[in-house]
Design a protein around this ligand. Structure first.
Ligand code: DAH
Length: 336
């Protein structure tokens, strides 16, 4: 029996070494060590042995089983390693990677983010409103009479149901005041829409940023200080300002802000923003809608302002054609 075990062991080790893959190895393991396996069968025959032979043969059997197991484990490890080597065959890990292109924020979004950051530092919160607006939010509540040219069919996109694509973000002033009471200090960046002929300086959809501050004792000085601080943060300390009297239906008095700064090409005055002190008629219109007098014009004053981001981004980055912002051309966008 000892000889039988030796023969089996020699044969088993040779077969293990010859196994070409894991499944062959597993089949062999079952054949040798499984329930009806060859080595198992030999172990079963231990009972037939005499008392003297048992310990000796038992020892040989145990050793054989151990060496067969060890050989199988070693073969298995060698097969796995060989498989991994084959998987990397022909791969030159020293080559440069294929590379991937990383996206970036759109230049208008970048400018918007910067603007929002500056106003946040002054305690302004972000506000929002729908792009599809009612005439009341976009015009009536903003003290804009029915015959105002901005309400013209030729200038504004009207929906069949009478709503419209907001022509300015000023409607967000109304949306905010409808459900907030002073103190109110918000900025609202967003899209605005006009039926303009699209050319190098006009888009039918553009981006504006609105601001509104309502509280007790808000003055024109606060408006001026806020806007000058904001634009200096954006364009640099050298920025110079001109507040030119103007007219907007929803502010009284109203101004246009002109700025001269090196970051804007220097030299010439650029018309950048509209602003003014909120017209009490706006407070009254919202009070009427709210059914209370939360915006008591005897108690509260406010300032508002609005400016376009597209044109600012054009000037700051010397972009010659506004349509580049919406064309989605990667050669343009990847420069930012
Ligand atoms: N809504 C105006 C426009 O689109 C800009 C503007 C002017 C906004 C004066 C304001 C403001 O809040 O007070 O031209």
């Amino acid at each position: 029996m000892e000889a039988q075990i030796q023969t089996l062991a020699t044969q088993a080790l040779a077969e293990i070494a010859a196994c070409a893959d894991e499944s062959q190895l597993e089949a062999l393991r079952v054949r040798l060590l499984g329930k009806g396996g060859e080595l198992t069968a030999l172990s079963d025959r231990m009972r037939e042995l005499s008392k003297e032979d048992k310990p000796r043969i038992g020892k040989v059997l145990n050793e054989t089983r151990a060496s067969v197991n060890a050989a199988m484990e070693a073969r298995n490890a060698a097969l796995t390693a060989a498989q991994e080597t084959r998987a990397f065959e022909g791969v030159d890990v020293s080559l440069p990677s294929i590379g991937f292109s990383q996206g970036a924020l759109h230049p208008i979004t970048q400018l918007m983010d910067r603007a929002v950051q500056i106003f946040r530092r002054m305690g302004f919160a972000l506000a929002d409103g729908p792009d599809i607006e009612t005439e009341w939010h976009c015009f009536d509540a903003l003290n804009t009479p029915a015959d105002h040219p901005a309400r013209n069919e030729a200038d504004t996109f009207y929906m069949p149901d009478g709503r419209l694509l907001r022509t300015h973000t000023s409607s967000i002033q109304i949306r905010t005041l409808e459900h907030m009471a002073p103190p109110v200090r918000i900025i609202a960046p967003g899209a605005a829409y006009r039926r303009d002929e699209v050319d190098a300086t006009h888009l039918a959809q553009f981006t504006q940023m609105e601001g509104l501050y309502v509280d007790e004792d808000v003055t024109l000085g606060d408006l001026r200080g806020t806007l000058e601080f904001f634009f200096r943060e954006l364009f640099g300390e050298d920025a110079e300002f001109r507040f030119r009297p103007h007219f907007f239906p929803f502010t009284e008095p109203s101004f246009e802000v002109d700025i001269k700064a090196a970051a804007l090409g220097g030299g010439r005055w650029l018309e950048i923003a509209g602003c003014g002190m909120v017209d009490p008629a706006v407070f009254e219109a919202v009070n009427l809608r709210r059914g209370d007098s939360a915006l008591d014009p005897e108690r509260y004053t406010g300032f508002a302002f609005g400016f376009g981001l597209d044109r600012l981004a054009m000037i700051m980055s010397q972009v010659p054609d506004i349509r580049l912002f919406t064309d989605g051309d990667q050669r343009f966008l990847s420069q930012f």
